[in-house]
Design a protein around this ligand. Structure first.
Ligand code: GLV
Ligand code: MN
Ligand code: MN
Length: 403
């Protein structure tokens, strides 16, 4: 099983013909197709597949063995017009690594599972890592069921449309007790400074993530008075677009002052007519930094300079990956792999916050671009990623070779 050949099998799933990126939002037809691919790929290698109460997919390699499971995997959904590797690289690498071990007649000493967490990007319903957060209990199921997409469809309805019952959503303690360790392999996203320099992994094909920056999402609602664009004097207007523009500029300036990263990547304007002053506008802010206080100062700054107070929709505190597991990965795959923080959120972070020893392997992305069609991982680095994951599974599952 070649990892990039597996990624290629998904080349047409959710492909956006006008951008060349992927629209693989949770619980859409594309997502259902990706999930079918997961099941088929797992079955081809004799793995047992199940879907948990939160819609996360699990493929078990020797589930019957005693002990807690070593879990590997990532997610299959994408942001709108996203790249091919963010998420799927981790899952394809996990399948390829297990196939490699099976071909070498290796038998794990404890259960091994490949997981595809549901709705990691939160691109449809607004809350990132919904599947893993529901599983750990970090996301209230009532809140999750009521989340709505841009068309007004609730998460519960979207979930039900794929043949599942959203009544079962919620903390899955029994499953959590089965997870001993989680290792997520992920394409590098951008080039944050690492232990070896300012350009992330640089020339190194692989690295390890040490932590995830504190980050969150906020919403700013700005009201106005809808009116005629051709008949309303400027002085008489209550135009929410002006406030919206101020918020966008304020976010950028506050991020610059605080050395944080903050983005307005989504806005909604009502009713959105060229010849009407809008009645309302909404902006969503994504803000991240190395320290929580820095992120909080960005939001406070925006409120102070614009007068608009943002409502928090989600928050993830700083997350540190397990030092022993990370050191073990470095010994197994390194030595001296670049270590870097992740500015991106991951299901691995959700599991780490829930107390599961967790680590992340990063695969070089020469484009330095992610959440966009240009996202990339080359053949050499990807194959090294699979070899690394196979070695990690071999060591951490206390595997032996069948005589
Ligand atoms: C997930 O990719 C995120 O937005 O951090
Ligand atoms: Mn992502
Ligand atoms: Mn991801």
């Amino acid at each position: 099983m070649n990892v990039l050949a597996l990624i290629d099998e998904l080349a047409q799933v959710g492909r956006n013909p006008s951008t060349g990126g992927y629209d693989r939002l949770a619980w859409t037809a594309a997502d259902v197709e990706l999930r079918a691919w997961f099941t088929q790929t797992a079955h081809a290698r004799g793995l047992e597949v199940e879907t948990d109460r939160n819609g996360n997919l699990w493929a078990w390699w020797h589930a019957e063995l005693p002990g807690t499971a070593l879990v590997v995997g990532s997610h299959l959904d994408s942001v709108p017009s996203g790249g091919a590797y963010d998420g799927p690289l981790g899952i394809a690498s996990a399948f390829a690594a297990i196939a490699r071990l099976q071909d070498a007649a290796v038998l794990p000493g404890r259960p091994v599972a490949v997981v595809a967490f549901a709705d990691e990007e939160g691109a449809r319903f607004g809350v990132a890592c919904a599947g893993s957060r529901l599983m750990t209990g970090a996301l209230d199921p009532d809140r999750a069921r009521a989340l709505r997409d841009v068309d007004g469809i609730t998460l519960a309805e979207a979930f039900a449309a794929t043949g599942r019952d959203a009544v079962h959503l919620g903390a899955d303690d029994a499953r959590m007790r089965r997870i001993g360790e989680f290792v997520e392999l992920h394409v590098e996203q951008g080039h944050l400074p690492s232990s070896t320099g300012d350009d992330g992994l640089g020339a190194a094909p692989l690295g390890l993530a040490t932590s995830i920056w504190p980050h969150g999402r906020w919403r700013v609602d700005i009201r106005g008075q809808q009116n005629h664009a051709g008949t309303t004097r400027l002085a008489d207007r209550e135009d929410p677009m002006i406030g919206l523009a101020r918020v966008i500029i304020a976010v950028r300036e506050a991020a610059g002052r605080e050395r944080a990263l903050a983005t307005v990547g989504r806005v909604q304007v009502h009713p959105g007519a060229v010849n009407a002053i809008p009645g309302a506008a909404t902006a969503w802010i994504d803000a991240r930094a190395g320290e929580e206080n820095t992120v909080r100062r960005v939001l406070a700054d925006v409120a102070r300079t614009t007068g608009f107070v943002a409502t928090e929709e989600s928050w993830t505190p700083e997350t540190r990956f397990d030092e022993d597991l990370t050191a073990a990965l470095n010994d197994a795959v390194g030595p001296d792999l670049p270590l870097l923080p992740s500015g991106a959120g991951h299901d691995a972070g959700v599991l780490a916050l829930a107390g599961i020893p967790t680590a992340m392997i990063l695969v070089r992305n020469p484009s330095g671009v992610s959440h966009a069609p240009e996202e990339y991982a080359d053949e050499d680095a990807s194959v090294l990623g699979v070899e690394a994951l196979a070695e990690v599974i071999r060591l951490r599952s206390r595997a032996r070779v069948l005589a």
